[in-house]
Ligand binder design. Structure first.
Ligand code: SAM
Ligand code: SF4
Length: 325
């Protein structure tokens, strides 16, 4: 079987697939004015199926559906069901803002999703409202609770570290994992083409979390081959785990095992690249699979060893809703 390996010996087992740019939230660092564009020619279910079959043929085992907000697509569960039935898809994950979680959690489970990550940047309802412009923290927490009862393989929470906004809640987020089998991820705020002022005001290094965890006796967990970008920690007194995603940290790119495809079918070798390679012309019939596979393999040598974030260059990434954060 062909495999996906780049010039630096990195193997790619994990595809993050955006299925829509659209979102119903207004997170200050991502889409402060909400989704604006009108064109909605996102990949169809058949295009998505062909795409995933090609990546699986190349050794990808884990697919994450993301966006924008993936669950606002009317055919979201149908897409998930189709992908979960492709042999070779070992894990089907979802990243969601959780807006539809409580209502639809059973349908997600039936569609074959086994790993759910929900973004919550504050556990205080008023603050949550200020960040997202939505007043639904309680419902989202109820959705997470239901996900735990339904025995998903993994339930995770993403919180972007926002200086002067939620850094006073780090202890509460950590406490959240004490009696719950949940993985709490702290993500460093990343600069995009559209959040430069916000980034300057609110970026803070994740060292503040790392130092806290070390001083409290948390230990690093060994990585799986299709693990995400987080360095994970565990502690004997806590049922859950804590992860830190620090893209500005040393060595972040060395363990990169993931590729991305945008909602319009562009292959992105890195979240912060300045080019994407359209795959769409090769997604139009089942007969194009070998051509599609060849094309994907041919682009791997263009993957850079690292991003240029430290040089202040976020690439073509206007916001993460467009590329699937
Ligand atoms: N709408 C879904 C959600 O919010 O979970 C999925 C898409 S969202 C782009 C995926 C993740 O990227 C979320 O956890 C979000 O908080 C994170 N994100 C978005 N913009 C970011 C930024 N500039 N820096 C760090 N994380 C960001
Ligand atoms: Fe929407 Fe997710 Fe971006 Fe928030 S982070 S605006 S929920 S895409």
């Amino acid at each position: 079987m062909a495999s996906l390996q780049d010039n630096y010996g990195r193997q790619f087992y994990y595809l993050r697939l955006s299925i829509t740019d659209m979102c119903n939230f207004y997170c200050g660092y991502c889409l402060p004015d909400g989704y604006q564009k009108k064109e909605r020619d996102f990949l169809s279910m058949d295009e998505i199926r062909r795409l995933v079959m090609a990546f699986v043929e190349l050794g990808v085992q884990k697919i994450r559906l993301t966006g924008g907000e993936p669950t606002i697509r009317k055919d979201f569960c149908a897409i998930a069901k189709t992908l979960s039935q492709i042999s070779g898809v070992k894990k089907l994950a979802l990243t969601t803002n959780g807006y539809h979680l409580y209502k639809n959690i059973l349908e997600y489970k039936d569609a074959g999703i086994d790993n759910i990550t929900v973004s919550i940047d504050s556990l205080i309802p008023e603050k949550f409202h200020n960040i997202t412009q939505h007043n639904c923290l309680e419902d989202i927490l109820a959705g997470i609770n239901s996900a735990q009862q339904l025995n998903f393989n993994a339930v995770k929470i993403n919180a972007v570290l926002l200086n002067h906004i939620n850094t006073d809640e780090i202890d509460s987020f950590v406490e959240f994992t004490r009696n719950q089998n949940i993985s709490m991820r702290f993500i460093e705020l990343m600069q995009t083409g559209s959040n430069i002022d916000y980034f300057r005001q609110h970026h803070i290094s994740s060292d503040c979390v790392r130092e806290k965890l070390h001083s409290q006796g948390w230990q690093i967990v060994e990585r799986e081959i299709d693990a995400g970008p987080a360095v994970e920690y565990q502690h004997p007194d806590y049922l859950g785990k804590i992860g830190i995603i620090a893209p500005y940290g040393k060595g972040f790119c060395a363990t990169c095992n993931r590729l991305r495809v945008t909602a319009k079918g562009e292959l992105c070798l890195c979240l912060f690249d300045s080019v994407g390679y359209s795959l769409r012309h090769l997604l139009q019939s089942d007969q194009q699979q070998s051509e599609l596979i060849e094309f994907i393999i041919s682009k791997l040598p263009y993957k850079h060893e690292t991003h240029y974030l430290l040089q202040g260059n976020p690439g073509m990434n206007h916001n993460f809703a467009a590329i699937g954060g």
